[in-house]
Design a protein around this ligand. Sequence first.
Ligand code: PLP
Length: 385
Amino acid sequence: MTNQNFLPFALPEIGEEEIAEVVSSLRSGWVTTGPKAKQFESDFVEYLGGGLEAVAVNSATAGLHLGLEAMGIGPGDEVITTTHTFTATAEIIRYLGADPVFVDVDANTLCIDVDAVEAAITPRTKAIIPVHFAGRSADMDRLLAMAKKHDLRVMEDAAHSLPTTCSGKMIGTLDSDVTVFSFYANKTITTGEGGMLVTRDPEIAKRARVMRLHGINRDAFDRFTAKAPSWYYEIVAPGFKYNMTDIAASMGIHQLKKANAFQQKRAHIAALYDEALADLPIVKPPQSAEGDIHSWHLYVIQLDDSVAITRDQFVERMFAQGIGCSVHYIPLHLHPYWRDTYKLTPEMFPVSQRIYERTLSLPLYTRMTDDDVKRVVSAVKEALK
Ligand SMILES: *Cc1c(COP(=O)(O)O)cnc(C)c1O
């Protein structure tokens, strides 16, 4: 049993609609990719405003891998990304035998530093992967203009950003080549495990659909309509096993309907934190640009230099008071694999390094009550003493 008094760092909100839809999939006998996955894809396109293709996959990691594969990235190529992210953003570059080139983040957004990206471009550079850290969009206007100038592809890691806007436009609808969302258990909407690749490029969508299911030249969906005998298929590439099950999609269909209400709840909690923490020696999270939506996937605070204790001590004090906290992220330049393979040092990433040493993420999820927020705030005050 979980401790009644412990306030976890994250919790999904799953309603009776999701449960009933999952049960209906189980009863239907169609438990893997089928009509529900197809519906989730079309609902997702509609949610973003149309004019796109969506490919449902079993994780954002899978979607990021498929996106880069569809762009033809391979050995000898370089892909520029941020050190201040989860390892999935970079590991998919290695899956294809290409090399990540890590750059620092902008201190004002905690997202990729566009000037640093431009400075890191070489003749081998093929693509850029920005991350909308915590749900605040990266500076996509500048990044996309710069990518266009240098003829580079852009794939957005949108694992934190449903819904997020940039200059009034939904993430997923910008002019990048691919955008990938995550529905992992602690993300803004969840299917347990799952992700969605969206693109405007029909060739990328086609390739991702083929590679999502073993390199089979037609989808399992076609079994409903195909004229050819249903046992027949052709393999056109050594593909992957990345399709989303109808069980997961059943959750996704209803989670998506709640995405805007979830965002409003998260924004409400973030506003309560902003107000309650205002007079404390804490640097608040970057806000979105004027008029833009922040998904508030994470509420990341930074301990001011005047705070005498370390971040680790602070997190321990929060846990001792029954409050779960997390750290986003241990930057990639500190992990043995990335550090040793690419000879990375903290001095190369001063902003990310400083943020890492002084930040932590407070609990923020839709099931938190205003009293839960007050409890976290008192624990923060106590920990600062
Ligand atoms: C969660 C996350 C991913 C991976 O998502 P999965 O759906 O678990 O594969 C990728 N990038 C970032 C920034 C994430 O937070």
